[in-house]
Design a protein around this ligand. Sequence first.
Ligand code: ATP
Length: 241
Amino acid sequence: MAEPLLSLRGVKTDIGRYHILHGVEFDVPEGGLTMLLGRNGAGKTTTLRTIMGLWRATAGEVRFAGRNIAGLATPDIARLGIAYVPESMAIFADLTVQENLTLAARSGPPDQKRLDWIFSRFEALKRFWTLPAGNLSGGQKQMLAVARAIIEPRRLLLIDEPTKGLAPAIITNMIDAFRELKDGEASLLVVEQNFAFARQLGDTVAVMDDGKVAHTGSMAAFAADDALQQHLLGMGMGEHQ
Ligand SMILES: Nc1ncnc2c1ncn2[C@@H]1O[C@H](COP(=O)(O)OP(=O)(O)OP(=O)(O)O)[C@@H](O)[C@H]1O
């Protein structure tokens, strides 16, 4: 079997004096989309931040494309082709939509074909191109945060709750955009509370509980197993549609 693009083994992370991650283990296959699920406080955001080097793992390995990146500084991790969209949307409120996207493109001005593709999925960004990002609605800010991460090709996208506050029509566009990314250049690791969305998009799933991964497998099998969902998430996915 091909080596996974990302693989966590025995990852432990402390925040201050608290032990938050207790040996996290899961893989993100190359060209796939892995959903990271779990109850509130299970450690999903801490896991994304640890991969990105925003928290430093105290033990274990974060292997990306065959090398251990645990301990590298965040800019070096980003340079390897990993982008992170935090839950609190990382945008510059005083800058225009255009400036936000231009700053996110690190290898020169944004590619026009790429921009046109982004506009086809997130039309509001074109409409409000010259407006300060702070004036956008919550959902539009979310679109901009995702657009900043995908303005250039990346190998791995880490995205925390992308559908939060989005209207259903925009969620459909986001599903299309993520599918196109996954079928093309990128692999994705997505934290999500919206199970209808998670189920449609995920190829594989890792479910966290109390700072560990309690289950990994295919999304199709997890979505079909009401008892397992009930056990790990406290409710069946069917209840969320
Ligand atoms: N800066 C911090 N200081 C202290 N504890 C923290 C900090 N950030 C997170 N934690 C704790 O770490 C645990 C895991 O939090 P984390 O945000 O990773 O969970 P999560 O699964 O993403 O939850 P949610 O779905 O609610 O966003 C929680 O108990 C949380 O209170």
